[in-house]
Design a protein around this ligand. Structure first.
Ligand code: MRU
Length: 350
């Protein structure tokens, strides 16, 4: 069935605690929307599509736990729930996409004159639908993206854009690899470790080992060397938010990889569902970049790496300009430049 990092049960939301991987596989039971918000903020679950799915489940949980009888009071409670969830991770647009969708679902149910208990069930059902649709999107991304990879090729990826970062099973960037493997191609992955949070070392390496897809872990600063040596045939990454013009926000360091890929004439592909495209952001300049706790840079777990009191930067994402992106692979197909047109057309085509 594949890895699924978050799931709805009748009494709570369960999340695989990604902070503990690869050494421990522990599932947490989150009983309130505040627990879900904390889980997203603290990186129990991470990766834009997985954040979106978790957020939808958090809203469903907020509705389920509401004790009043009036639809207006439920609406007020859900506005509060959405506000709390919206303040967890600023760059991942899927979070806001899920909030918008669940709010629209609530509004329709209210307009249709549904009762509180009916609305609760409608919201639970829609959160499950969001999860299923996400997995289906990744399946299609895998199929379209897999066709872009050559047989006997080596792919470089950055961060973790795998099943763990999505609703599950495929992943976006790793979905492309899985798609190519399903199509009978031999593909090997080089995984950047991805300082400072080490999503590549901890999560991409773990996930690909589970699937028995060949993977070699490298430190981030080895990528230029292996590209120069001709060891990489394609770069495939995911995204947290893609602007209307095709500028791509993704894990810090992605831009460096894109510059290197361009220098070495290596195709640079981005794989993401349509829910990651932010048509309200005209360019990457409009995308908020999350800054995280500086302790992620100065420490690895309890081990201190840097002197006390040092000034530290910890930008969690960067923006790769659209001209460096050779294709954006979505569940609707493969978009090419100019993205301002191809992405809009994909949206209009339904
Ligand atoms: O900080 P994270 O681990 O949530 O960052 C994740 C990424 O940057 C992923 O590449 C992105 O969300 C795409 S996941 C399919």
């Amino acid at each position: 069935m594949g890895i699924i990092p978050v799931r709805w049960t009748e009494e709570c939301v369960e999340m695989l605690d990604q902070r503990l991987l690869p050494t421990e596989e522990k599932w947490l039971k989150l009983k309130t929307f505040n627990d879900v918000a904390d889980g997203i903020r603290d990186m129990v679950v991470r990766g834009a599509p997985a954040i979106g799915v978790s957020c939808a489940y958090g809203i469903a949980l907020g509705a389920k736990n509401f004790v009043g009888m009036s639809v207006d009071d439920l609406e007020e409670e859900l506005d509060y729930v959405c506000d709390v969830l919206s303040k967890t991770r600023p760059t991942a647009i899927n979070l806001f996409w899920a909030i918008d969708r669940m709010k629209r679902t609530f509004q329709k149910a209210k307009d249709d004159g549904k009762s509180v208990s009916e609305i609760k069930q409608i919201l639970i059902d829609d959160s499950k639908a969001i999860h299923e649709e996400d997995i289906e999107s990744q399946r299609l991304i895998a199929r379209f993206g897999g066709e872009l990879l050559e047989n006997d090729s080596n792919v470089l990826t950055h961060c973790n854009a795998g099943a763990l970062a999505t609703g599950g099973v495929w992943g976006t960037a790793l979905g492309v690899v899985r798609g190519a493997v399903d199509q009978g191609k031999s593909v090997m992955v080089f995984a950047d470790e991805t300082r400072p949070y080490l999503q590549g070392a901890r999560l991409t390496a773990w996930e690909l080992l589970q699937d028995k897809i060949p993977v070699t872990l490298i430190t981030d600063n080895q990528s230029g060397h292996i590209m120069k040596k001709g060891m990489i045939q394609a770069v495939v990454v995911g995204s947290d938010r893609i602007a209307a013009n095709g500028d791509v926000a993704n894990k810090i360091g992605t831009y460096m990889v894109a510059v290197l890929a361009k220098e070495h004439g290596i195709p640079f592909y981005v794989a993401a569902p349509m829910s990651t495209i932010d048509f309200d952001s005209a360019s990457g300049d409009d995308i908020p970049i999350e800054e995280r706790d500086t302790r992620e840079v100065t420490h690895v777990q309890d081990i201190q790496l840097a002197p006390e009191g040092i000034e530290v930067g910890n930008y969690a994402f960067d923006v790769t300009p659209n001209e460096m992106v050779d294709a954006i692979i979505t569940e609707k197909g493969v978009a090419r430049k100019p993205y301002i047109e191809s992405l809009r057309k994909m949206r209009e085509d339904g």
